[in-house]
Write a protein that binds this ligand. Sequence first.
Ligand code: IPE
Ligand code: IPE
Ligand code: MG
Length: 245
Amino acid sequence: MDLKSKINLEKLPRHIAVIMDGNGRWAKEHGMPRVFGHRNGVKAVRETTEACTELGVEYLTLYAFSTENWKRPESEVNALMTLLVETIKKEIKTLNENGVRLRAIGDISRLPGKSHKTLLQAIEDTKGNTRMTLVLALNYSAKWEIVEAARKLAKAAKAGEIDPAELGEEAFANALSTSGMPDPELLIRTSGENRISNFLLWQIAYAELYFTPTLWPDFRREHLYQAIIDFQHRERRFGKTSEQL
Ligand code: IPE
Ligand code: IPE
Ligand code: MG
């Protein structure tokens, strides 16, 4: 039986988040510069996006560039930004054909002008699509996002717009950049690293974590199916006992 048919479509995660990691090591394995790995990661992005859209996953969030990634060599950062622009331009038609809406989280105003402009244009051009939302985390870090939310709420409190005593989890979640989206139920990280690297700390409070040794450029539909099947075999108790479920 093929993997896809083992997926219970009634119990799909509504939101899947992915830390796409291992491009550099993949390039090294092929005796090529790191940028070669990033270029080959685009196919994995395409396959994952298409597979999620076909299955009926509502949100897919991809960690594409962290605030910490600015510390990489300038040539690699520039190559990543160029790749972003090229890829968005190339894929926009397919996104529209497949009903995929593009969104971004992170401080995207700090991206190079051209990348920022292309991204905003793509977000605008796909805003009417309703089949799936593809969220790119760009110049994103969870700590940055949480501090931004706190700042926003503190300002509103100071202006008398909100009462601090009334502030709850929902209001706080609404101040985050993921406002309006359900929390990811499944978080996948490729390349065998078992860490979160400052990604969606608030939103993954109860996500199921799935770590795979597969390097991102090798990640295909079947790897995604495997992760979803694994997710569907887990017992999500949310603090209760097994017997209570
Ligand atoms: C992930 O692959 C892509 C980005 C972080 C932009 P890496 O570039 O981190 O690859 P490794 O971890 O060095 O192998
Ligand atoms: C996390 O990967 C960021 C992205 C996938 C964009 P990194 O490769 O930057 O993470 P660390 O530095 O190994 O934790
Ligand atoms: Mg890495």
